[in-house]
Design a protein around this ligand. Structure first.
Ligand code: BGC
Length: 733
């Protein structure tokens, strides 16, 4: 009797499965392959619905299609956390109380960690917060190469080296996209200055384009599988980057095989035909009514008239749907994220701890020891300034922010008396002083300086916290700096403070500045960038030795602006709307090394409280396919503290057919070592590590030649060398 019942049950189950299969549309069926789901969904859309997916319906959303279960799609900035909600139709804050989030250190600080795993953790945390806040596409990371120290957005980006930027952004993207969020790498490409950013035309030779400005984007696409790319505001060779056939169609989509969507920067689209034909898939931020966006009604009209092909439309829609389905917007199990967790705050702190760079430490002034100190004078406006909510699109309404002064107070925990003097008045300098001495009357600059000097004189040590901030004209989107100097009279102030108390530690927030005025006198200098909401705690841990600094510079610090390539050649900010990158490949250390110009601090530089010894470099045969040769060497921590060293591998070609920079970073590894510990490090090199772009043949090629493999602690401190002979010419990619 049992058998018929089983058969009946089995048949019933099959029948239910069959009905379910019939009733679940393919696009909703998570067992179906991505492309099938995309095709099915595409086939269900009306012409108008298709168009609605290609443009905004508020500052940061595109329209929902409720009949198919598609909710409104939310994009958001990026890249240091999830931005405060604004709009819907203006840039004014939406006035919510639930949009505080974790403020990570700025991109340049992340790059200074040289730790792609930390990049993953940061991306993952931001991805979780983005999901908790209902976002779908996060507008970051920013990977424009630091061409000039003056670019107002250098703080958001990942420095001057294509390999480092590519590795760091890939970690971040993998982490973020693991949370059912699409990252959006930006700004593609050559948005290397803010001056005339909406119109400036960049003329750059093909090699520099391929070897310097594109590799981080290529890594984002090919190594990390980024789902969205944002076009840049500027033009390349006379065509706006959001409508640039060469960049978007030829390179990004055809050559690199990018399958995701290209979104315009906000107001970066200019023409319906150009957008339609030259690779833009989603238009945001245009200064018109939403229905009048170039990819809205005007596009629909041209399609209906048969002046633009429907296949082009479908291709754009397909890309948008692909990103939606890949980030599981239609799936029941889509991740829901978490916001403002202790774990996220810990990531913010770790990035700051590993990103702060120790630039100078004479006579081991650092780390400080609470037990030997009675008084510390903290001086400088940045010691108390909140930085996270500044800089424009990358600003974060931080859940909280530990300032440097607060971090130091936490750290010393009342065991040392701490005094504070502002020293200089940044708001006064920018015409917005809010600090009256008595009603209506602010302190004069001289009075502020006198008070600071008196505080310095009375203290055992001074911690000066200054540098830049996010005021417009400093480290802030939409304008460049006008020079590389410390603002608000800080050069003079630091000199006075150091004269009053030689035990002065200078902590600089922001991007690179000239330091010649006082560097010779100041015994210790820390570069703290914008260290995020946990920055004060991280800084204090570094100052007092709970954390051994391990960050290294992701960009060369020139002695003076005129030493850096774009300025040495007078190719900034351009004339008559065009900037020519005449320095070509020689960006950052590639210029300083090739021209033998002494930098203030070289690319890759950073000190530690311990010491490391490099030894025993061997070149071992690679596996033949993924690696040609493996560099193997030992690093030993020869000091008394645990610490981390970032070993850098540079390649030099002996007799290249076309000129090459003196050396190029081709690998790096961050190793954490206990006192006395020795570790064997390996860095594998494939053919790409030896290749350059041949503009005549339009290929990457590694030539049969001798190469010097150089391993060091910075681009200017090479410790180990070995010769390598590339046995034959190889086509690379
Ligand atoms: C910036 C982008 C940003 C967008 C949206 C633009 O002005 O250049 O980086 O993602 O605004 O806020």
């Amino acid at each position: 009797m049992k058998k018929p019942i089983l058969v009946a049950l089995a048949l019933a189950t099959l029948a239910t499965a069959a009905t379910a299969a019939e009733t679940t549309p393919v696009y909703l069926d998570t067992n179906q392959p991505l492309e099938k789901r995309v095709d099915d969904l595409l086939s269900r859309l009306t012409l108008e619905e298709k168009i609605s997916l290609l443009h905004a319906d508020s500052k940061f959303t595109t329209a929902a299609i409720p009949r198919l279960g598609l909710s409104r799609r939310w994009l958001d900035d990026g890249p240091h956390g999830v931005r405060e909600d604004i709009g819907p139709d203006t840039w004014a804050p939406a006035g919510r109380t639930d949009d505080f989030s974790t403020a990570m250190p700025a991109g340049i600080c992340l790059a200074a960690t040289w730790n792609p795993e930390l990049g993953f953790s940061e991306g993952e945390a931001i991805g979780q917060e983005a999901r908790a806040r209902g976002k779908d596409i996060m507008l970051g990371p920013g990977v424009n190469i630091l061409r000039t120290p003056l670019c107002g957005r250098n703080f958001e980006y990942l420095g001057e080296d294509p390999l480092l930027s590519g590795a760091m952004c890939s970690g971040y993207i993998r982490g973020e996209q693991s949370q059912d969020i699409s990252s959006c790498v930006k700004h593609f490409a050559l948005n290397n200055q803010e001056f005339e950013r909406g119109s400036i035309n960049v003329e750059v030779d093909e090699r520099a384009l391929r070897e310097i400005y594109l590799p981080a984007f290529k890594a984002a696409v090919q190594d990390a599988g980024v789902w969205s790319v944002m076009g840049a505001y500027n033009q390349l060779r006379g065509q706006h980057c959001c409508e640039n056939d060469y960049l978007l169609n030829k390179i990004l989509k055809d050559e690199w095989g990018f399958k995701g969507l290209v979104v315009s920067d906000w107001s970066g689209a200019h023409d319906t035909r150009e957008c339609a034909l030259n690779g833009l898939d989603l238009e945001m931020g245009t200064d018109r009514k939403y229905n009048d966006f170039y990819l809205a009604q005007p596009y629909l009209d041209l399609l209906k008239k048969g002046e633009l092909p429907m296949t082009g439309l479908d291709e754009k829609v397909r890309r948008n749907l692909r990103v939606m389905i890949a980030t599981r917007v239609l799936d029941p199990g889509r991740k829901t994220g978490s916001l403002n967790t202790a774990a996220h705050q810990a990531v913010a702190r770790r990035v700051a701890e590993e990103g702060i760079v120790l630039l100078k430490n004479e006579n081991h002034l650092l780390p400080l020891d609470v037990k030997t100190l009675k008084t510390i004078a903290v001086i400088g406006e940045n010691a108390t300034r909140l930085q996270a909510h500044g800089g424009q699109s990358s600003e974060i309404k931080a859940f909280y922010e530990i300032t440097p002064l607060a971090g130091i107070l936490n750290q010393v925990d009342r065991q040392v008396a701490v005094t504070y003097a502002m020293g200089y008045d940044a708001p006064a300098a920018s015409g917005r002083s809010t600090r009256p001495k008595t009603a209506g009357e602010p302190f004069s600059a001289a009075e502020l300086a006198d008070r600071a000097v008196a505080a310095a004189r009375a203290a055992d040590v001074v911690i000066f916290v200054g540098g830049l901030n996010h005021d417009i004209g400093l480290d802030c989107e939409s304008r460049d700096r006008k020079d590389m100097k410390l603002p608000y009279g800080q050069d003079e102030l630091i000199s006075k403070i150091v004269a009053a108390n030689p035990k002065t530690i200078v902590v600089l927030e922001g991007t690179m500045v000239e330091m010649d005025a006082w560097l010779g006198q100041a015994p210790a200098v820390l570069q703290a960038w914008y260290p995020g909401m946990e920055g004060g705690n991280a800084l204090a841990k570094v100052l007092f030795g709970d954390v051994n600094p391990s960050g290294k510079l992701p960009a060369t610090f020139p002695k003076k602006l005129a030493d850096s390539p774009a300025h040495a050649l007078g190719n900034y900010p351009g004339t008559n709307g065009t900037v020519t990158y005449a320095e070509g490949l020689l960006v950052g250390y590639r210029w300083f090394d090739t021209k033998q110009t002494e930098p203030l601090f070289p690319f890759g530089f950073g000190l530690s409280y311990t010491t490391f010894e490099y030894s025993n470099l061997k070149l071992l045969p690679g596996d033949g396919t993924n690696s040609l040769v493996t560099a193997q060497f030992d690093i030993q921590n020869t000091g008394a503290r645990a610490g981390a060293e970032i070993a850098q591998l540079y390649v030099h070609q002996n007799q290249p057919r076309l000129p090459r920079p003196e050396k190029e970073l081709k690998g790096f590894k961050k190793v954490f070592l206990k006192p006395g510990e020795k570790q064997t490090v390996t860095i594998a090199l494939d053919k790409n590590a030896f290749a350059f772009y041949d503009p005549q043949q339009k290929i990457w090629v590694a030539e049969k030649d001798g190469f010097a493999i150089q391993v060091g602690r910075s681009s200017r401190q090479i410790e180990l060398r070995a010769d390598y002979q590339l046995p034959e010419r190889m086509i690379a990619k």
